[in-house]
Design a protein around this ligand. Structure first.
Ligand code: C5P
Length: 392
């Protein structure tokens, strides 16, 4: 039995919080509800109290509650804090660390895992401010679910619907699963980010890559207890907890760092390595207008993944990524054979995957192709890490 503190925000989806309370109870957990002022317009504390068979909290200034159970204690007595529906306003306050009512104060005071299930109008969800807040929260370790897509109460269509209560419960249970240490004693290598191939001291050739997916995978592997060496191209991302990071710039540096980090039990090559570098990078900045536009002579870079897969020190499990804009699975199957990888994680980058926080992937293995639903990069990472643990 786990204790869930459920914060119900203001929004039409708040009515689904009632079903969520019922499901949490049915799964054998206890739930204590906190309803924001907005939430109380859509669902009454009485309803939630009856369904949860627990006192419902609504205000920071109820001295009786403060005497019986201070807000700090309320936020820590739980095993997990879930926010459903998480409105744009709640997400913004959480990201900014604002504590101006009971719900936000509990969220700032808690030391427990926090999971947020967003629900809002599609434009509000897609707004740069909300996306920035979601990215901040994920960076802070909050599990922010992707909203469902479909017709909305406001008449518009798109992502923004509260995920179904069953899906929220599954996510709560996944977040509660004790970090199993399933990869304890295993060493996993991860490459991430782009490489920069200098043209001269100020210019370079590179692929588009934020490094987010690779960093998330490194973090998820470390969370399962693996020793993780993350070989990162030039990206501006914080190092995930428990990960040893080696920064490199070029493909050749990345290849050397991979080599030096061996042996490993598994390797996940997520980096978007530049396929070519200039034959001889200029020692000084090439001046515009001195001559005609310079012609670049390109030389092929080493294929780090293929090299590792065919080396004498091949890790037991070698995983490559394939970013494709068309015929995604077909290309991935061919790539798996060509590179000598055990698995290829194929991602469809025809949309806004690059730099974004969600990913649509297919896992291509010896036994076939598995297509995953559109997931947050953090969830792709967690699922892949679990699969790696299964395989090792
Ligand atoms: O050939 P392509 O770049 O599409 O292959 C992608 C996969 O190969 C990714 O896993 C990437 O990290 C890896 N790769 C590599 N070294 C290269 C090119 C790609 O490790 N030079």
């Amino acid at each position: 039995m786990k204790r869930i503190l459920l914060i119900v925000g203001g929004g039409i989806a708040a009515y689904k919080a009632c079903e969520l309370v019922r499901l949490i109870r049915k799964a054998g957990h206890s739930v204590t509800c906190v309803v924001t002022a907005g939430g109380q317009h859509f669902v009454t504390p009485m309803t939630l109290a009856a369904l949860s068979e627990n006192q419902v909290y609504t205000t920071l200034w109820d001295l009786k509650d403060e005497a019986e159970m201070g807000h700090i204690q309320l936020s820590r007595a739980a095993d997990l804090v879930a926010v459903a529906p998480a409105t744009a306003d709640l997400l913004a306050k959480m990201a900014a660390g604002i504590a101006d009512d009971l719900a936000t104060t509990l969220l700032l005071a808690t030391d427990k895992p926090v999971l947020a299930a967003p629900a809002m109008n599609v434009r509000m969800w897609q707004h740069a401010a909300t996306q920035r807040n979601v990215a901040t929260l994920r960076g802070d370790g909050v599990t922010v679910l992707e909203p469902d897509e479909g017709p909305m109460a406001c008449g518009e269509f798109g992502p923004g619907r509260l995920p179904e209560p069953e899906a929220i419960l599954r996510a709560i249970e996944a977040a509660l699963a004790p970090s199993s240490g399933r990869l304890k004693g295993k060493h996993v290598l991860v490459t991430a980010g782009p490489t920069h191939e200098p043209i001269d001291p100020v210019r370079y050739i590179a692929n588009r890559s934020s490094g987010k997916q690779g960093f998330a995978i490194a973090g998820a592997l470390a969370a399962l207890g693996a020793r993780v060496t993350l070989i990162a191209g030039p990206v501006a991302l914080p190092t995930p907890a428990g990960v040893e990071r080696i920064d490199v710039e070029t493909a050749r540096e990345m290849a050397a760092a991979v080599d030096a980090a061996l042996p490993a039990d598994a390797a996940v090559m997520v980096a978007a390595v530049a396929d070519w570098r200039t034959g001889d990078a200029a020692g000084q900045k090439i001046k515009k207008g001195d001559t005609a536009a310079p012609a670049l002579t390109l030389v092929e870079n080493p294929d780090i993944l293929a090299g590792l897969a065919h080396s004498a020190h091949r890790p037991r499990l070698v995983i490559g990524f394939a970013a494709e804009t068309e015929r995604v699975v077909e290309h991935a199957i061919a790539k798996r054979a060509r590179k000598g990888a055990d698995w290829i994680v194929a991602n469809d980058v025809s949309g806004d995957v690059m730099g974004g926080d969600a990913n649509l992937v297919h896992l291509v293995t010896e036994s076939g192709v598995e297509s995953w639903e559109r997931l947050a990069k953090a969830d792709v990472a967690r699922r892949l890490a679990e699969r790696i643990a299964d395989a090792l």
